[in-house]
Write a protein that binds this ligand. Sequence first.
Ligand code: ZN
Length: 246
Amino acid sequence: MPCGGGLSSGARLRLILDNRASVVLCTPTYALHLARFAREQGIRLDASTPGYSVRSLIVAGEPGGSIPATRARIEEAWNARVFDHSGMTEIGPLAIECSANPGGLHILEDDYFAEVLDTKTGNVAAAGQPGELVLTNLGRLGSPLLRYRTGDLVRVDPRPCPCGRKWLRLDGGILGRTDDMIAIRGNNFLSFRPGERAAPVCLRLWSTGLRSIARPLSPSCVSRLSRCPAASATWHRELRTRSAMS
Ligand SMILES: [Zn+2]
């Protein structure tokens, strides 16, 4: 039952209850927003509310579904299981999370030929290293894409999955975007993880020099930056100064 477009959060919540929806599909951010809205309206998302039947949420569009802290918040708020999912308008639904191994995505290899490539060299990414997901779709005859560079950063999980599927598994789901990855003195940093909203701004500014930072750093950002092995003593001094400002 599509309920996008101009519907309000209240109308969507009412649809979920009136139709005893058992599965909700949305972005992780919207799942948290709708739960907060329900709480503000005094509506409990559990069996005590007439019509509440949600047992799982399928989330996509953002990396949150495979991030333990984010999915735990959603599951707690909705009293339901979260499943991560990934898809793109231009290529179709491409990955699912299995129930046996949360926190990762299986590529639907019946429908896609997947490659994970080093963003600099274009070669297959080294084991355990993030690379860009490159896809060739096998079933969309009206919209074929060959070696489509998705711009998504992923990391292949080499371990066999307990669910028994042989499909490629991406540990941690979609880690970020290639345009969010920056190199600091030879080290690659992913600048985006939900829950660390301040990090992208800070890390981008870091690459141009800490003196340009005009806003306080978040504690998690300070923590991540302070562990940067490539930072010079001067940068660390600057960081301590900025940290004291926050
Ligand atoms: Zn699996």
